[in-house]
Ligand binder design. Structure first.
Ligand code: SF4
Length: 195
């Protein structure tokens, strides 16, 4: 019997949620043994094209951490939704917007002005990303900066939520075990410590 296929992805995130996966330490070994990790760009050499080449629903469970702030993150959320049987909002940022969501207290132009012109740490004031100065045809273009930060379920339907900043290791283990055993609660549930 083939193993469940698992994916991890990082959107507007501090990296702490990915760190929490690594914090499973030796506990990650049985998980790695029990599943096929088919996409995890932060840790392994996977590309977006790898996901695009998969059949729809090919991923058993995809854990997405971080909120949605750029066009690339939005595209990846749609792509991973299409390719995954279960989409899990992993951590407070994907679940509710989290720390990146605080940026919604300010306008998009205000944020760009502060970051690229006014902040005391700015050394080359006024050098904006390509969004203001689009790259010439054929050159690498940066994703666009969306007007607002959104939680994952404001962009695509989400099946489960793993709360926490980051989710505690025990909760991750319980959730993965529940997925592997097919013992998940009804969809839409926020997975609590005893899942
Ligand atoms: Fe970082 Fe916390 Fe957001 Fe995870 S939930 S990406 S640890 S800020």
């Amino acid at each position: 019997m083939s193993k469940p296929k698992v994916a991890f992805y990082w959107c507007a995130s501090c990296g702490g949620c990915e760190e929490a996966v690594v914090d499973l330490a030796e506990g990650i070994l049985p998980v790695v043994e029990a599943v096929d990790i088919v996409f995890w760009p932060v840790a392994l050499d996977f590309k977006r094209a790898d996901v695009e080449a998969m059949e729809d629903g090919a991923i058993t469970a995809c854990f997405v951490n971080g909120a949605i702030r750029t066009s690339e993150q939005e595209e990846m959320a749609h792509l991973l939704r299409k390719k995954s049987q279960l989409l899990i909002a992993f951590g407070a940022c994907a679940h509710l917007g989290g720390i990146p969501g605080l940026a919604n207290l300010f306008g998009r132009e205000e944020i760009l002005r502060w970051v690229y012109e006014q902040a005391p740490s700015v050394a080359n004031g006024g050098t904006y990303p390509q969004e203001r100065f689009p790259a010439p045809e054929g050159e690498l273009e940066l994703p666009s900066f969306s007007p607002q930060v959104r939680a994952l379920n404001q962009v695509v339907p989400v099946d489960y939520y793993l709360p926490g900043c980051p989710p505690p290791v025990e909760l991750i283990v319980q959730a993965v075990t529940a997925i592997l055993k097919g013992e998940l609660p009804p969809k839409g549930t926020v997975l609590a410590p005893d899942v």
